[in-house]
Design a protein around this ligand. Structure first.
Ligand SMILES: Nc1ncnc2c1ncn2[C@@H]1O[C@H](COP(=O)(O)OP(=O)(O)OP(=O)(O)O)[C@@H](O)[C@H]1O
Ligand SMILES: [Mg+2]
Length: 409
């Protein structure tokens, strides 16, 4: 592939639309980008990954891309779009094949893969990712690449991620109406993981928790690969609603208060500190304790993180994620999030800022809320990594099959 090819990530969130334009650095084996432009538009016409208002979505894509393209000084033809939410389904699917020759060849691997993929995803479902998690040769497990091994029986566990076709169709429609092409649709946590997780974290075991405006997404990684996905409709928006109710302020003020003075971990706040509440005409001056604001936020975030933790437990990963929790999304900007997370999960926790494989306008994207759009650009760059070089066994063998191996983590 050419050097310096342009890539663009588009994150259609519940609260905002974000575009990141970058140059793919195709000279490395790991994906890397040089960020050239970032565009942010308020709103998106999308709620929790589903287009609710085609016109609004189209408008916000146009706006975010216009700003990003202006900053970058280039135009991009196609966008790598993120998707997440409750309409995403993931399942583990086994495949079995008899080995035809003396040793396992690419045909055998292809056959076992096809067998694992040949499941009925259900009506109205489109396959998004197919990720081989583990191979077994004659019942011996834990094999990540069976090629060339000797055996009679080859098995695979494949992680299949699918999404409602209508959700993808509407996404495509809005992108096309905005004048772009959809290069690919990518699961958001998978994209974010490229931007914020170290290989060792994915290897050891960690939980990526994305706190957005409309949904909270959990992705568990272990032994280098994605193992579990979960999404719930409780996130930043709920916290804001609680502030509206608790402090009797309008939505926009609640949002501002949350961002400027909000703290997710009550013990961090000085109990004597007060602030002036925005008041309506005729209401007079109203003062509130910052501790009260923190209390409201703490309660709700604690509840949301508690739900996430229960999922980690019921998925069987309690005590098995030594690299801990990595927080991304706008919610990760809240002061005290890391402290509260350490308490709720009883694990190490950190905020995930995109800083892996990124050069260029790094400052513009180095915050947890950019993990998804930057990750999407990285994902696009990875698709453009040199594929058929002689030394690149994996790509040489599988490139004709499908892109599945590129989801190999
Ligand atoms: N500095 C901040 N402090 C506290 N909260 C913040 C801050 N910045 C953003 N948020 C909150 O983060 C949320 C938006 O996060 P994000 O941009 O990741 O969501 P989204 O992608 O629009 O939504 P979703 O992914 O759920 O569809 C909002 O609830 C917003 O209030
Ligand atoms: Mg989001």
């Amino acid at each position: 592939m050419k050097r310096g090819e342009l890539v663009a990530g588009l994150d259609l969130g519940t609260t905002k639309t974000c575009a990141v334009i970058a140059e793919a650095k195709s000279d490395a084996r790991v994906p890397a980008i040089r960020v050239l432009g970032v565009g942010l538009a308020k709103g998106s016409g999308v709620r929790r990954g589903v287009v609710r208002d085609l016109e609004e979505t189209t408008r916000s894509i146009v706006q975010a891309l216009r700003d990003a393209e202006r900053m970058a000084g280039v135009r991009v033809p196609s966008l790598t779009c993120g998707i997440a939410g409750e309409h995403v389904t993931a399942r583990s699917s086994p495949g079995l094949a008899a080995v035809t020759g003396d040793e396992i060849g690419r045909e055998d691997v292809k056959r076992v893969e096809d067998a694992a993929r040949a499941v009925n995803l259900g009506p109205d479902q489109e396959l998004l990712h197919d990720i081989p998690q583990e191979y077994r040769v004659d019942n011996q497990g834990g094999i990540s690449d069976p090629l060339g091994m000797t055996g009679l029986r080859l098995e695979v566990d494949m992680y299949l991620v699918s999404v409602q076709s209508t959700a993808i169709q509407n996404l495509r429609k809005s992108v096309e109406r905005a004048g772009y092409r959809v290069a690919e649709v990518v699961l958001e946590p998978l994209a974010a993981s490229l931007a914020v997780l170290a290989e060792e974290e994915k290897e050891l075991g960690c939980a990526l928790v994305e706190l957005g405006g409309g949904s909270t997404n959990l992705a568990i990684f272990r032994e280098g690969k994605i193992r579990f996905l979960w999404s719930c409709p409780f996130a930043g928006g709920r916290v804001t609603s609680d502030i509206v109710q608790g402090l009797q302020v309008p939505q926009a003020d609640a949002e501002r208060l949350k961002e400027r003075l909000g703290v997710a971990y009550e013990p961090l706040v000085d109990p004597n500190e007060t602030f002036e509440l925005p008041s309506m005409p005729g209401q007079g001056v109203r003062v509130a304790k910052r501790e009260l604001l923190a209390h409201i936020i703490h309660q709700r975030v604690d509840e949301i993180l508690g739900l996430v933790n229960r999922q980690i437990e019921s998925a069987g990963y309690a005590g098995r994620l030594p690299a801990g929790v990595i927080l991304t999304g706008g919610g990760a900007h809240l002061a005290g999030m890391v402290e509260l997370s350490r308490e709720v999960f009883a694990m190490p926790a950190r905020a995930g800022e995109p800083n892996r494989g990124i050069t260029g306008l790094v400052d513009s994207v180095q915050a947890p809320r950019y993990a998804v759009p930057v990750g999407l650009a990285l994902y696009a760059a990875r698709q453009r990594l040199p594929g058929s070089a002689d030394g690149d066994t994996v790509d040489r063998i599988f490139a004709p099959v499908k892109r599945w191996l590129q989801d190999f983590f």
